[in-house]
Design a protein around this ligand. Structure first.
Ligand code: ADP
Ligand code: ADP
Length: 225
């Protein structure tokens, strides 16, 4: 059993289930969930300078510029709880971000253990986004039909209020899908070439997706699952 830190990346289009699966995998792997979208929403809620800058891009469904995003995520990864690794969700999203991550991990003597690519057809994504509800306190993701909370509008985990994200409107979602195809899809080839990519069918029930992800992790160098 190796004690090497485990850095695992989840890639997939908006609403493919990254956040839902990350919550489960982090428990299994005992590493923190580092979600760039959650970090941006936290900054936005606290009205920090970074949050206000990022908010304008998020509202339009565009990516926040690389220099802002890379700095924010690297700062998060340098905190003590990431010494054992992290599950990255929503980062990297551009080749420049992926290269920056490779560089920083190499400087620290670390590497990426696995990249899990969750594939879901566009039509399904639109349906998932429109029913998505998020906890204001912990960011947990629910769906009014596919993954409802026990009490409508209330988070099972911490009782927080559930809300619909501003950028989950249909027109913004279409823009986010287009941005995904143009800027994030190339990462699939980037990591496939490195031999660390696993493709997961995300168009099945939540538990079945988790099972496939676990199997992919077990087959990777992330043996402690
Ligand atoms: P992402 O983090 O990739 O944007 P989420 O985890 O927030 O995606 O999931 C998007 C929406 O789809 C949420 O409402 C979630 O409850 C729902 N969802 C996630 N996985 C599935 C699944 N396998 N089947 C049906 N709905 C799902
Ligand atoms: P989703 O769960 O639908 O995939 P996220 O919560 O990850 O969406 O991201 C929401 C928004 O935050 C994105 O549309 C983008 O504006 C911004 N964002 C999140 N991660 C990144 C990133 N790695 N690079 C640039 N922008 C990002």
């Amino acid at each position: 059993m190796s004690n090497e830190p485990r850095f695992v990346i989840l890639i997939g289009p908006p609403a493919s289930g990254k956040g839902t699966q990350a919550a489960r995998l982090c428990q299994l792997l005992n590493i923190p969930h580092v979600a760039s979208g959650d970090l941006f929403r936290e900054h936005l809620k606290n009205k920090t300078e970074l949050g206000l800058k990022a908010g304008a891009y998020m509202e339009r469904g565009e990516l926040v510029p690389d220099e802002i995003t890379i700095g924010m995520v690297m700062e998060r990864l340098s905190r003590p709880d990431c010494a054992a690794g992290a599950l990255l969700d929503g980062f990297p999203r551009t080749i420049a971000q992926a290269e920056a991550l490779d560089r920083v991990l190499a400087e620290r003597g670390h590497r990426i253990a696995a990249v899990l690519y969750i594939k879901v057809p566009d039509q399904v994504l639109i349906e998932r986004v429109s029913g998505r509800r998020i906890c204001r306190t912990c960011g947990e993701s629910y769906h009014i039909k596919f993954n409802p909370p026990q009490v409508p509008g209330v988070c099972d985990r911490d009782g927080g209020e559930l809300y619909q994200r501003d950028d989950d409107k249909e027109e913004t979602v279409r823009k986010r899908l287009q941005v995904y195809r143009e800027q994030t899809d190339p990462l699939v080839a980037y990591y496939r070439q490195q031999g660390i990519l696993a493709e997961i069918n995300g168009d099945q029930p939540i538990d079945a997706v988790t099972a496939e992800l676990r199997a992919a992790l077990a087959a990777s160098s992330c043996t402690r699952v």
